[in-house]
Design a protein around this ligand. Structure first.
Ligand code: NIG
Ligand code: FE
Length: 410
């Protein structure tokens, strides 16, 4: 058995053993050990304590002074399988066009779908693999990936097969979500029922048979899928063993939250546009309220009301939404900074939201999301920093020295 011992760690951050969503006041307390050591056996965290109790004489590696060790980010909402890029729309937006106007012009998601359908599977795999490498160097150790740029039977299945291969080959923990209901392809704009039929009868059975997805997602939004359409699709998904994990209330409030809760969704994501009543509902809802601040930032929208949601008791979770249209970055360190700077989350709250709550939003909290005995050794070793708060404070700077995935430095 390979044993690794690291000593003189200034702070071992987020060492909670309990593994459900952290909510309300508790989000601000990040269980930690000051002046600590940690022992890793193979892939697993075996022991940790204060240096005072350290009894081993050899085989240990003293980390540089002022190193913080924390769990890797658990990014529970991304779209990293995509082809091409959309910086032309970025320029259009600078010039004043809105996200909805760009989508109405055949841009947006449809633009990405056109390129993706023309891209071979191995090219898609290679591009997504590079993105996984990039985000893992930035500290992401577990990630959810959605389809949704295929929008045809072959395109959606191709994307999901790429995600399946990423799952098999990558050391990162990956969860797969089917998002065939990302938008209506042009030919079904006037015939929603026909596209929904395609999803239910042509895509879902193959997805179940080939075990291509863990979850089902729908973009519930004006001009995209209504709450009623989302309900039909998710109920069909449930018959194929897929739990809902949904895009709701990004641009408009059209009943996505109420329907999502009634569907017992694992997470409700985006939440830029919320009524008072919806915030109260999220406070009582048992799944994740996943905030994607970089999408709001990139689209120049007001950021999500994190404080009100935390006060209401919601299971606030943070994710990157890495995608070519609304968040062309998967840097979770920047997400943490945005959460603290623009949404007034405390550093401890942001870290809980992006680690243990992210793990819960992917149902992998028994192995990931905190530094706890028996969990996987997925760890970020920082460069020398004076405190935990320095991480979000020093935004845009890369303060990660090393990242360990399942006991191995990448
Ligand atoms: O999560 N809002 C819907 N889907 C993505 C954006 C997709 C795109 O523009 O390509 C999101 O923001
Ligand atoms: Fe998204």
């Amino acid at each position: 058995m390979a044993t690794q011992i690291f000593t003189n760690i200034s702070l071992l951050a987020n060492t909670q053993g309990h593994s459900g969503f952290v909510r309300g006041d508790k989000l601000a307390s990040l269980t930690s050990i000051k002046d600590a050591y940690i022992i890793i056996e193979d892939e697993t965290i075996a022991e940790m304590d204060v240096m005072e109790n350290f009894r081993f004489s050899k085989g240990n590696f003293s980390v540089p002074e002022n190193t913080i060790v924390m769990p890797c980010w658990c990014d529970s909402h991304t779209h990293i399988v995509f082809a091409g890029s959309r910086e032309e729309e970025f320029i259009d937006k600078i010039k004043g066009l809105s996200y909805a106007e760009i989508a109405a012009k055949g841009g947006g998601i449809l633009n990405s779908a056109k390129i993706l359908n023309a891209t071979p599977e191995d090219e898609l795999f290679n591009a997504a693999w590079k993105r996984l490498e990039e985000v893992s160097k930035l500290g992401t150790g577990a990630i959810e990936i959605k389809s949704g740029y295929g929008l045809s039977v072959e395109g959606e299945l191709k994307m999901l097969r790429v995600i399946k291969k990423l799952k098999e080959k990558s050391r990162l923990k990956i969860k797969s979500t089917f998002l065939g209901a990302h938008t209506f392809p042009l030919e079904y704009k006037e015939n929603h029922a026909k596209y929904i039929d395609l999803i239910i009868h042509e895509m879902l059975p193959v997805i179940e048979r080939e075990e291509l997805a863990d979850y089902i997602d729908v973009f519930c939004e004006k001009g995209f899928f209504s709450a009623e359409e989302m309900k039909i699709i998710c109920e069909a998904g449930k018959n194929h063993a897929l739990k809902p994990k949904l895009h709701v209330n990004q641009l408009n409030s059209i009943g996505g939250i109420q329907t999502g809760i009634s569907l017992d969704a694992l997470s409700l994501d985006h939440l830029e546009t919320l009524t008072e009543n919806e915030m109260e509902l999220l406070g009582k809802y048992k799944g994740a309220s996943t905030l994607l601040p970089s999408a709001a930032f990139f689209l120049r929208m007001p950021l999500q009301p994190a404080r009100t949601l935390i006060n209401a008791g919601a299971a606030v979770t943070l994710a990157s939404d890495y995608n070519p249209g609304s968040s062309p970055s998967g840097n979770m360190n920047f997400i943490i900074s945005l959460a603290c700077i623009q949404m007034k989350m405390l550093p401890e709250e942001a870290i809980n939201a992006a680690t243990i709550n992210g793990a819960c939003a992917m149902e992998i909290e028994s192995d990931y999301g905190s530094i706890s005995i028996g969990k996987k050794a997925n760890l970020i070793f920082t460069k020398p920093v004076p405190s935990l708060a320095y991480l979000p404070y020093s935004f845009g700077n890369n303060l990660i020295d090393k990242v360990m995935i399942d006991g191995t430095f990448i």
